[in-house]
Design a protein around this ligand. Structure first.
Ligand SMILES: CC(C)(COP(=O)(O)OP(=O)(O)OC[C@H]1O[C@@H](n2cnc3c(N)ncnc32)[C@H](O)[C@@H]1OP(=O)(O)O)[C@@H](O)C(=O)NCCC(=O)NCCS
Length: 355
């Protein structure tokens, strides 16, 4: 286990961290990745049997053909542990050597305890700090950016970042406007400190809470605690104003991508792959048009997994690394939007390559 033990501080300053100029830069290399999707596949045709919907409607409006749904014995933490264990195995890093675990999710096992601590215990990463990040579908990109800050300051060297979601337990399966859109999955990466230039080249994070009503679980929290009325209304289920979210997404994806690239001092031609949040194929197509790029520069797997929220980007990343479509030295643009409303974009070169 790596314990961060800061030396005595000098008159209130962080003497142990040489912010910026004097310290040699510390970079973060993605040394491991992993993903987990439950085995149970629910196709659009399966949903036609219980809902007033059609495969044609779902494919045309969203690009989704099927999704994975967690089994009764599975929980958010068990899925996170599967993806996290694969990422640690690929990095050849024992869980006990982790310095930090970040878990991005909006569908934890429980409100309390934090699911990140459950993941930490199940991985056997004794006493390693663990933090849950709740920013909706942008959670993984937010968490990855947070991980890189700890690496860059020299505070931590070995970080596990997980994006996981089990939203099928928070959906009303009678509501055709919502339940067809989401799936369950987990994805994870290991980020390790290195002196070789790579890692986070630029990023932008944003949030506009004034629009938060567009994706909301109205009840079950402190604003409206769970009650018999809540249960009768179904206001504990996830709700969304699809049209407003669609407009928001098409407004933020292009500018957020441009700002992250500008921050990186790079152009879109320097990027090998764009991995967008997988919420709707039409949103990805609109982003491709806005950026003047063919769709084949974008990683797309929404047809097979639907919207897996905070898991969608690490799932797409891990799957395409496993298929060797994405190479470990590629430069990636990750871009996401979601509840909050939030947005996040990051330019990441996973490992040192020919620069
Ligand atoms: C959800 C979404 C696919 C809906 O598409 P849309 O074109 O906006 O469709 P609407 O919600 O306006 O509904 C159009 C009609 O289809 C119907 N409809 C909704 N869901 C349906 C379904 N599963 N099957 C068949 N019909 C459906 C509606 O009832 C409506 O019928 P009406 O015109 O008779 O009232 C789209 O708005 C979307 O993808 N938004 C973004 C969602 C998103 O990105 N969420 C993730 C956030 S991280």
């Amino acid at each position: 286990m790596a314990v961060y033990d800061p030396p005595a501080q000098d008159s209130g300053t962080f003497a142990h961290i040489q912010w910026g100029t004097t310290m040699a830069p510390i970079y973060g290399k993605i040394t491991g990745w992993g993903a987990y999707a439950p085995g149970h596949i629910v196709t659009n045709h399966d949903l036609e049997r219980t809902l007033d919907t059609s495969d044609e409607w779902i494919v045309q409006r969203t690009g989704i053909r099927e999704r994975r749904i967690a089994g009764a014995q599975e929980t958010t933490s068990t899925m996170a542990v599967k993806a996290g264990s694969s990422a640690l195995a690929k990095a050849n890093l024992p869980a006990t050597d982790l310095d930090l675990i970040l878990v991005a999710t909006s569908s934890p096992d429980h409100f309390t305890p934090p699911v990140s601590s459950q993941v930490q215990a199940a991985l056997g990463a004794s006493n390693v700090p663990a933090l849950t990040i709740v920013t909706g579908c942008t959670g993984f990109v937010y968490a990855l950016v947070v991980a890189y800050q700890f690496i860059a300051t020299g505070a931590y060297s070995n970080i596990l970042v997980v994006g996981v979601e089990l939203l099928s337990r928070f959906l009303n399966w009678q509501d055709r406007s919502m339940c067809v859109l989401f799936g369950d999955a987990a994805g994870a990466v290991v980020v390790q400190a290195t002196d070789q230039p790579c890692g986070l080249k630029g990023f932008v994070l944003g949030s506009d809470g004034s629009q938060s009503q567009h994706i909301i679980m109205p009840a079950g929290g402190s604003a409206r605690p769970f009650s018999a009325d809540v249960l009768a209304e179904g206001s504990h289920y996830l709700q969304m104003n699809g049209r407003e979210v669609f407009k928001f997404a098409t407004r933020v994806v292009g500018p957020a991508s441009g700002q992250a690239l500008q921050h990186a001092g790079m152009g879109i031609e320097d990027v090998d792959w764009i991995i967008p949040h997988q919420a709707n194929l039409r949103i990805i197509q609109a982003a491709a048009r806005e950026m003047g790029l063919p769709l084949d520069r974008f990683v797309v797997n929404i047809d097979r997994y639907a919207n897996t929220s905070a898991a969608s980007i690490p799932l797409a990343l891990a799957e395409n690394l496993d298929y060797r479509r994405i190479k470990p030295a590629d430069t990636l643009l990750l871009v996401s939007f979601g509840a909050g409303m939030t947005w996040a974009a990051a330019v990441v070169q996973m490992q040192p390559g020919a620069e």
